[in-house]
Each structure stands twice: as structure tokens, then as C-alpha cells.
Design a binder for this molecule. Structure first.
Ligand code: SAM
Length: 330
């Protein structure tokens, strides 16, 4: 079956109205440039050197949505680390952070490169500990470079399979972020390629990988903590169905309402979770859900020991008497 037939099939599963299906398909088949957003990682200057679009209800104060045709990546402030550029779909996904009670001690971003969600979480929570993990070695460099440029020098960077955190740092993070690798269907709305993104085999493979990552993530969340799961794709097999699977497998988690996203509630689930559609004109689209671990917080864990067991490849080293060998710094 060709890609267009698979897209048609997907649209029928997502929408009951013909006009909605047509708008969804049109947004993917006729890509449009979406305005950029910037996350301020240094204090926002009084005079912002860009044309700014009106803020959206789910946009935090440290994000500006730019008017069309602005090129923030080329400005000297970017090089100086004043902000990080991303798209509004990423800001949408991270809007679930607004429903997390502050203070937050520790954030673990399990799929972190190139660093957008880590930096959004850092601005939202100013956590005592920011752990950024990227399993694909060649993507670690850009993650470190972005964190450094934006002044997130307190972050520890890891290059581990998520399972290592579950095994060596169980129940240790107040917030775990899984911005999962996915079939990437929303990339089409920006004019990027996403080969095979509608194919059932691609979708099934991604859903299995997402469940694997989430199994580790769920075991790493501290009692009373949160798990934020997000993708940039539309198939419910990678979104609502994965979240539903998690809620069944780990009944200690519950899905949490995110008031600022109330207008974006997914019609494809019986629990709170949210979708941005490509035809909204706000961003290429995606899915996001916030899960809370119901259990009361456990006594604090010995974090020097945890760091020594799962070594960061960039950032502070464990104490010299910890008896472990470190990875070389980059
Ligand atoms: N969170 C990032 C941001 O906001 O800039 C984007 C993350 S991207 C959607 C997904 C990331 O997951 C990629 O960097 C990819 O290398 C990583 N990844 C791929 N396979 C993985 C796996 N099995 N476990 C964990 N992460 C994986």
C-alpha cells in the first residue's frame, strides 16, 4: 500500500468528519513553514530583537513565539547562549510541566539530544539535579554543546540505555521526561522527510521501543514523582495506546489533567492526554501526556552513590574514593 493510502487510512482512524480528515491530510501533504520559538536561558532583554507573535495560553513566560520569517539562530545573542531555538510543537509537548508541583529536586531527560526539553525543564523547575541522557553516542556532542552554550553547566550528561537508570538509579528522579523516538509523522508538516512513517511495521517497531523506554522510565520515577511522555507523531499506536499500556502495566501511575491544555484533549483516550494537530497552524504537531506516581515520596536516596554507579560522560565526577572508573570527558 502506498504512503498516500496509508495516510488516508490513518486520517480515517483519527477523524470521523471528512472535512477534518481533509485538513489533516492537506497539512501533511502541503508543508508550511511554522514560526520559530525561543526559550530564554538568560534573563530576557527588555528589547527583544525579534518580531514577537501573541503568546498562546500554554506558552510559559520564558518562551517567545516569533513572527514568521524571523531567523533567531543567526543572531549574536544565540551564539552568546541567551536562548535556545525550537518549534512550538516542542513547547506544546513541554506544557505538561505546568501541572507539576514545584519544587522539583531532580529531572532526568532520558531521550535528551539535542536538548530542547532539558532546557525547557531547567527553566520550568530550576532543579537541584538535571540529568540529561542520550543513548546514541554521536548525538551526545550536540547535546553537550547546546547545554554548555546555554549555561546549563550543572547538568550531568549520560550516554546510557534507559534500562541502566532503572537498574542503577531506581525511584530516584522527581521528573522523568521521555520525548520518545517515534515514526515522526509530524515532520512531513514542516517539509522534512520521515521515510516509512505511515507503514504499520515502522509504527509497531516504534511502539515496542517506546514501551521498552517507558518501562525503564517508570522504574526510575521517585514515589510521588512524574513521568512526561511525548512524541512528534500522530498514530494512536505510538501515543494513547502506549500511555494506556503503561497505565495498565504500572497501576501506581495515573494520568494528570493539564489545565492549560484543556482545549487540546485527545478524543482518542479515556484519560487526560493532549494532541497538537498540524492543521492548527501553530506547530507541526504531536502528543503529550503527564503521568503521576501515586506513591508518597520515599526517603531520599544517596545520590553520590547513584552517580558513581551510572557514570555521567560530561559534568561533575563522583567523589574520588567511590572506587569506580570514569568515562573520559569529551
Ligand atoms: N528531547 C529532545 C529535544 O527536545 O531536543 C529530542 C529527542 S528525539 C525526539 C528522541 C531521542 O531519542 C533521539 O535523540 C534519539 O537518539 C533517542 N533514542 C533513540 N533510540 C532510543 C532508545 N532506544 N532509548 C532512548 N533514547 C533513544
Amino acid at each position: 500500500m502506498g504512503a498516500s493510502n496509508l495516510l488516508l487510512k490513518l486520517s480515517r482512524r483519527l477523524w470521523s468528519e471528512e472535512s477534518d480528515r481533509a485538513a489533516f491530510i492537506d497539512a501533511l501533504v502541503h508543508p508550511q513553514p511554522y514560526p520559530a520559538a525561543i526559550v530564554w536561558t538568560q534573563p530576557r532583554p527588555e528589547q527583544v530583537p525579534f518580531a514577537i507573535a501573541p503568546p498562546l495560553p500554554w506558552q510559559p513566560a520564558w518562551v517567545d513565539r516569533l513572527a514568521a520569517d524571523q531567523r533567531p539562530g543567526r543572531h549574536a545573542l544565540h551564539q552568546a547562549g541567551a536562548y535556545y531555538c525550537l518549534d512550538m510543537a516542542s513547547v506544546f509537548a513541554a506544557a505538561v510541566f505546568s501541572a507539576i508541583a514545584i519544587p522539583v529536586e531532580s529531572v532526568l531527560d532520558l531521550c535528551a539530544a539535542p536538548g530542547g526539553k532539558s532546557l525547557l525543564a531547567r527553566q520550568a523547575f530550576h532543579p537541584d539535579r538535571l540529568w540529561c541522557n542520550e543513548v546514541v553516542r554521536k548525538r551526545v556532542k550536540i547535546l553537550i554543546s547546546n547545554l554548555k552554550r546555554c549555561g546549563a553547566t550543572e547538568a550531568l550528561v549520560f550516554n546510557l540505555d534507559p534500562q541502566a537508570f532503572a537498574e542503577q538509579m531506581p525511584h530516584s528522579a522527581s521528573v522523568v521526561i521521555v520525548d520518545a523516538p517515534c515514526s515522526g509523522q509530524s515532520l512531513l508538516a514542516k517539509g522534512d522527510q520521515a521515510l516509512g512513517c505511515f507503514h504499520p511495521v515502522t509504527i509497531k517497531k516504534n511502539a515496542s521501543r517506546q514501551k521498552r523506554i517507558l518501562t525503564s522510565a517508570a522504574q526510575t520515577v521517585a514515589g510521588g514523582g512524574y513521568l512526561a511522555y511525548m512524541t512528534c507523531t500522530f498514530s494512536s499506536e505510538e501515543n494513547e495506546q502506549v500511555a494506556e499500556w503503561l497505565l495498565k502495566k504500572f497501576p501506581q501511575f495515573e494520568a494528570v489533567e493539564v489545565p492549560v491544555l484543556a482545549d487540546y484533549a485527545s478524543p482518542l483516550a479515556s484519560f487526560p492526554c493532549y494532541r497538537l494537530w498540524p492543521q492548527s497552524g501553530l506547530g507541526a504537531g504531536g502528543f503529550t501526556v503527564l503521568l503521576r506516581h501515586r506513591q508518597e515520596p520515599l526517603p531520599p536516596v544517596d545520590l553520590s552513590l547513584l552517580t558513581a554507579k551510572a557514570m555521567p560522560i560530561y559534568g561533575d565526577r563522583p567523589p574520588p574514593d567511590s572506587g569506580t572508573t570514569g568515562h573520559p570527558s569529551l
